[in-house]
Design a binder for this molecule. Structure first.
Ligand code: PRP
Length: 212
């Protein structure tokens, strides 16, 4: 049988997951010394780590080419998909928020607002919940620029420390939802490799509980 394949979101979540694997006893030397390699063995080869972009983690897990994945709740909320979300890993904590230029009354006036976001689905759903008509413009990054340049009235984005907003003259209007890294599992793998997946999930869960 091939190793249990786990897709990790490259970057900060990858680093935190590798730390967690090490704490539960898996040798992650190959991942730490990866160079440009994207598929790497962990432990004595019973696990294989796949390094991918956040949205692609969902795709690989949904299609079953990876059994499990570590991805932010932000990506799950934006893209959705068919998989099980089995564990809140507790790291990568931040939140989705609506932000606008400091001191402005975002909700003033009747004209439909324009919102810039890397997460158009999250933004649309948030305003649908308020029965507010808005226009969403998709931006790829540094969304804070959009209201500064006059492209939008506000942004829906990830806020962690709030520094980026503050340094650009923006402020949170409303928090939308808390975010953290999640462990997800392919539906078929959940049946076919139940024991391995449950054992690993339980080990991770116990380790996270220790730290909390
Ligand atoms: C995220 C987010 C904010 C920033 C928030 O951006 O989009 O810009 O972090 O963090 P803070 O509240 O601690 O300042 P990221 O670094 O992921 O880059 P991006 O803007 O290019 O998406």
């Amino acid at each position: 049988m091939r190793p249990l394949r786990i897709a990790l979101t490259k970057g900060r979540l990858e680093e935190k997951t590798v730390e967690l694997f090490e704490r539960i006893g898996y040798d992650c030397t190959k991942v730490r010394e990866k160079g440009r390699k994207l598929i790497l063995p962990v432990g004595s080869g019973e696990i294989e780590v796949v390094l991918a972009k956040a949205a692609d983690v969902l795709t690989y897990v949904e299609h079953g080419v990876c059994d499990m994945g570590v991805v932010g709740k932000d990506t799950i909320l934006e893209h959705g998909g068919h998989f099980f979300e089995v564990l809140d890993l507790g790291f990568g904590r931040c939140r989705f928020a609506l932000a606008a230029p400091s001191g402005c009354d975002f909700y003033a006036g009747y004209a439909a607002k324009t919102i810039a976001s890397k997460y158009p689905n999250v933004a649309r759903r948030f305003f649908e919940g308020k029965n507010m008509d808005i226009r969403v413009i998709r931006i790829e990054g540094s969304v804070e620029l959009a209201p500064l340049l006059g492209l939008s009235d506000g942004i829906v984005d990830i806020v962690e420390t709030g520094t980026t907003l503050k340094e650009n003259g923006l402020a949170v209007v409303e928090d939308i939802v808390p975010i953290s890294a999640r462990l997800i599992v392919n539906a078929a793998s959940m049946k076919l490799r139940k024991q391995e997946i449950e054992a690993l999930t339980e080990k991770m869960e116990a380790e996270i509980a220790k730290k909390a």
